[in-house]
Design a protein around this ligand. Structure first.
Ligand code: IPE
Ligand code: IPE
Ligand code: MG
Length: 235
């Protein structure tokens, strides 16, 4: 594949873990644990294909409303994932950042996240973002609050609030907007993911359930992206 045609930033809504498990008569959390294996593989494949940034939706601000058992299962999975990621990020020269409001996560998980972000901050390989307790509306509101308090303190004047400086105060500060969004499992919704950043992103909705998402599915997604003629409101 010609690397010049590969999207620089792919965002993924990893959906369908529950349905995948159900089809196998297994508990939903089995689907999530298989889904986390798929994610590792996809990051590797994407990077080898020339993708620079991958951002995945792992847990939304709305996902707290799932059963206690499922939420606990997801949190345990994240704990293991974050610990492993410290070693893997070093091995693969991968920078990991978390987007979302981590203050609602357990203190030990917050600590692992800080350690991982700090340890990987200079790595120049794949730039990998994980959205945890993330909601696009919540992110925008937190940004508005941040900017409002600067205005109140007198360190920011209202006239200086531009799109660029607003972007610089989002969780994705310094990260280019996604070129391609993939949502698996045939659902065609944004579900509160990266509302600001997806303004001009190409959208792709394959039917495959996330745990089954293969290298071929990723190639198909990129081929779809290459067929699009991107437009930004011009002619
Ligand atoms: C996505 O899979 C993973 C998370 C939301 C954490 P789902 O759990 O939403 O799977 P379905 O949509 O029920 O199949
Ligand atoms: C979006 O999927 C959240 C994640 C993939 C983490 P959901 O499955 O939670 O979204 P809805 O409920 O179908 O919109
Ligand atoms: Mg779902």
């Amino acid at each position: 594949m010609d690397k010049s045609n590969v999207p620089e930033h792919i965002a993924i809504i990893m959906d369908g873990n529950g349905r995948w498990a159900k089809k196998k008569h297994m508990p939903r959390n089995y689907g999530h644990s298989q889904g986390s294996k798929t994610l590792e593989r996809v990051c590797e494949d994407a990077y080898n294909m020339g993708v620079k940034y991958v951002t995945v939706y792992a847990f939304s601000t709305e996902n707290w409303s799932r059963s206690e058992e499922e939420v606990n299962g997801l949190m345990s999975l994240l704990r293991v994932y974050m610990k492993d990621a410290i070693k893997k990020s070093k091995k693969n020269n991968m920078r990991v950042r978390i987007i979302g409001d981590i203050t609602r996560l357990a203190p030990d998980l917050q600590e692992s996240i800080r350690t991982l972000e700090e340890a990987s901050k200079d790595y120049t390989g794949l730039q990998f973002q994980v959205a945890l307790n993330y909601g696009g509306r919540d992110e925008i509101i937190r940004t508005v609050k941040k900017l409002s308090s600067k205005v109140k303190e007198g360190t920011l004047s209202v006239e200086n609030i531009t799109e660029e400086m607003f972007s610089d105060n989002l969780d994705t500060k310094g990260i280019p907007d996604p070129d391609l969004l993939i949502r698996t499992s045939a659902e065609q919704r944004i579900s509160n993911f990266m509302l600001w950043q997806l303004s001009y992103t190409e959208l792709y909705f394959p039917e495959v359930l996330w745990p089954d998402f293969s290298k071929k599915d990723l190639e198909d997604a990129i081929a779809y992206y290459n067929k699009r003629e991107r437009r930004y409101g011009g002619v």
